[in-house]
Design a protein around this ligand. Structure first.
Ligand code: ATP
Length: 429
C-alpha cells in the first residue's frame, strides 16, 4: 500500500544474481518497491510496483535472479549492491530437497520411512545467517505448493513467538518480507530463559516434547510429512551448545545438516555422521550480507519481539489490561531458583536441585515486569509436558489489596490458570 513522496526516492538497478543489502535506520521506516524485473526478499517474491514498508532496524537483501529495478526512499542506515552471494548454492540445496519431497510424496504413505520428506537442520555460529537460510528454504518450498514445518529452537532470537520459547508452525505461503512468520496456531513450548545454560535439562525435555508432538502430527498427515521440516538452531556451538545440537539432530531425526560458515563445526558433524548413513552433512558459505549483532542489539531485539507480541508490528493490536486476585492465578516455576546454600545443608549433602521439578511460586513484587506463559496444562503435573497458549506481562503488583495487573493479548478469561515463570522480563517502553 501507500506511496512515498517523490522527492526522496531513488532507483537502484540490479544485475542478474546480485542483491541490494539494506539496513533500515533506527528511527524511520523504509519504503521500497519493485519497479520492474523480478526480485525476492529472503525467498519471497516481491509483487510488482507495490510499496512495502519495513520497520526501523530491519536488515534485508533484495535479490534478483534475472535483473530488476528497485525504488526506495532514503530511510536507510546503509545500502549497497553486492554481486557475490551464495544464493546459487542455497537454491541448489532447495532443488535437492525438492527432489526428496517429490520422492516422499510418490511413495506409499504406509511406508513411514520412504514417505518422510527431508528433515533439514541449519546450524552454525551466531550471525552466520541460519534464520535467513531457513526462511529462504521454507519460502521456496511454499512457493511450490508444499507446507513444510518450521521448527525454531533458537530461544535467544526466535522468529515464531516471544524469546525464551521453542516452537513450530507449518509454512503454507512464502514468508511475508515485512510481517515475517504468520502467528496462527504455532505449537509453542515455554523454556523461560534466553540462554540454554539456565536449565539444560529443561531445554532438552522441551525439545523432546516438541519433537514427539510433531511426530504425532506427521503420522496423521502425509502432506506435511512429505514436505518435511526446516529446523533453525541457536548460535551456541561450543561445549554444551554442541551437545544440544547433536541432541536436536537425533531427536528430530534430521537427515540433512546444513552447516553455515564454520569449518570446524562442519568437520565435527561430518565425523559424527559417519555412523549415521542416512544423515547428509553439507557445508555452505555464509553470505557476506549477514549483519553481526552485538549483545546489546540482541537484548533490544528481544524487547521489540515481546512488544510485537502484544502490540503488533505496526501497533495494530490492542492488548488488554486485566486485574486479578492473587488467588486467581497459579504461578509455577520449573527447576532452578535459589538453592539452599551448602552451609545450610547437613554435612556431606549436595545442594542438588531437580532441574525438572515444578514448584508453585508465591505472588510477590518479584513478578513485576515478568513475561509469563499461559500453559495448556490441566493439572500442575502436566506443566512440564504441555505447550502454551500465549503470554501475559505483569504490569503491577498490589501487595496490600492482593491484586495483580497484567497485559494480555485480549480481554476475558485466560485459557488456563496455570502460568509458568522463568527469567524472561521486559521493560515496556
Ligand atoms: P543468530 O544465531 O544470532 O540468531 P543467524 O545466524 O540466524 O543469527 P540471521 O538472523 O539469519 O543470522 O542474520 C543476521 C542478520 O543479518 C539478520 O538481521 C538478517 O536479516 C540479516 N541478513 C542476513 N542475510 C543478509 C543479506 N544477504 N543482506 C542483508 N542482511 C542480511
Amino acid at each position: 500500500g501507500g506511496s512515498a513522496s517523490a522527492s526522496s526516492i531513488k532507483q537502484v538497478k540490479l544485475e542478474r544474481e546480485s542483491e541490494l543489502r539494506i539496513e533500515v535506520g533506527n528511527e524511520t521506516p523504509l519504503k521500497l518497491r519493485l519497479l520492474n524485473g523480478s526480485a525476492e526478499i529472503f525467498g519471497s517474491e516481491l509483487a510488482p510496483e507495490t510499496w512495502l514498508t519495513f520497520p526501523p532496524r530491519v536488515k534485508i537483501a533484495v535479490f534478483t535472479w534475472y535483473g530488476a529495478t528497485i525504488e526506495m526512499d532514503d530511510a536507510t542506515e546503509t545500502d549497497y549492491t553486492a554481486d557475490e552471494t551464495p544464493m546459487v548454492s542455497y537454491v541448489n540445496v532447495h532443488a535437492v530437497l525438492e527432489g526428496r519431497r517429490n520422492r516422499a510424496k510418490a511413495s506409499s504413505p504406509n511406508d513411514s520411512e520412504e514417505s518422510q520428506g527431508p528433515r533439514v537442520i541449519v546450524v552454525g555460529p551466531t550471525d552466520s545467517g541460519k534464520s535467513t537460510l531457513s526462511r529462504m528454504l521454507l519460502s521456496w518450498a511454499a512457493k511450490q505448493g508444499w507446507k513444510p514445518t518450521f521448527v525454531d529452537l533458537d530461544i535467544g532470537q526466535g522468529s515464531i513467538t516471544v524469546p525464551g520459547c521453542i516452537a513450530a508452525t507449518p509454512i503454507e505461503l512464502p514468508i511475508d518480507p515485512v510481517e515475517g512468520i504468520p502467528l496462527e496456531m504455532p505449537l509453542v513450548y515455554f523454556y523461560g530463559h534466553t540462554t540454554p545454560s539456565n536449565n539444560v535439562d529443561l531445554y532438552k525435555t522441551l525439545v523432546n516434547e516438541l519433537a514427539q508432538m510433531l511426530e504425532t502430527q506427521f503420522a496423521r498427515n502425509a502432506e506435511s510429512r512429505a514436505a518435511g521440516m526446516v529446523i533453525n538452531t541457536m548460535g551456541w556451538i561450543e561445549g554444551t551448545g554442541y551437545e544440544l545440537l547433536l541432541h536436536a539432530i537425533d531427536t528430530f531425526k534430521a537427515n540433512v545438516v546444513l552447516v553455515l560458515g564454520q569449518e570446524k563445526l562442519f568437520s565435527m558433524l561430518k565425523a559424527v555422521a559417519k555412523s549415521k548413513p542416512n544423515v547428509d552433512v553439507v557445508k555452505l558459505q555464509k553470505s557476506g550480507g549477514v549483519v553481526s549483532r552485538n549483545a546489546k542489539f540482541r537484548q533490544k531485539a528481544r524487547g521489540h519481539r515481546i512488544r510485537e507480541y502484544f502490540y503488533g508490528l505496526g501497533n495494530d493490536l490492542s492488548p488488554h489490561s486485566n486485574i486479578a486476585n492473587f488467588s486467581d492465578l497459579l504461578v509455577y516455576r520449573i527447576g532452578g531458583g535459589p538453592q539452599a546454600p551448602r552451609s545450610a545443608l547437613p554435612i556431606g549433602a549436595d545442594p542438588v536441585s531437580n532441574p525438572l521439578r515444578v514448584t508453585p511460586v508465591n505472588v510477590d513484587r518479584d513478578l513485576l515486569h515478568m513475561v509469563l506463559a499461559v500453559s495448556y496444562a490441566k493439572e500442575p503435573d502436566q506443566i512440564l509436558s504441555s505447550n502454551v497458549a500465549g503470554f501475559i506481562y505483569i504490569t503491577d503488583i498490589d501487595i496490600q489489596r492482593k491484586k495483580i495487573t497484567y497485559l494480555a493479548p485480549s480481554a476475558g478469561e485466560l485459557p488456563s490458570k496455570y502460568l509458568i515463570m522463568g527469567t524472561l522480563t521486559w521493560l515496556e517502553t
